[in-house]
Design a protein. Sequence first.
Length: 168
Amino acid sequence: MLLSRAAADTDAKDDTILDASSRCLKKIDESSKFEEIVEILTVITENMSGKIFSFHGVRHFSALRKAERYIWENYTRKISLKEIALASGLSAPYFSTIFKEEMGENLSNYLNRLRVEKAASMLLATDIPISEVASACGFEDQSWFSKIFRNNTGLTPGKYREQGNMLS
């Protein structure tokens, strides 16, 4: 269903969309372990998000694409608006304005959401301690990580992992 929605605004043919959906569902159905399903869904989600959240048609496509690349390469550490703006080739105040206009959220929320998504995947796919997951995803403080994670998912990292493990 998500693949179909993602393709709704593209020139993709219905048969292509249905074939892709069928292949994905078949892979999931053939999986015998929870970790395999998580990995398949992660790959599918990353591929879809690349298509859905493409910057094509956006006025500052090039600058935002450069910023996106910089963020993805550096989200595991503390990065500033100034650094990201520099990578995009724009001033920090202007970058902040266009980022919010084009992305619909401020840079801080975007970074936190990205980091939480990565942390959620790690929590389900590994048994790495929560403090190490927080650090690996760019959170310097575990209590701040827990607060941001709960704000984004509705669960603490521990509860999220616990519920994910119950499904396997």
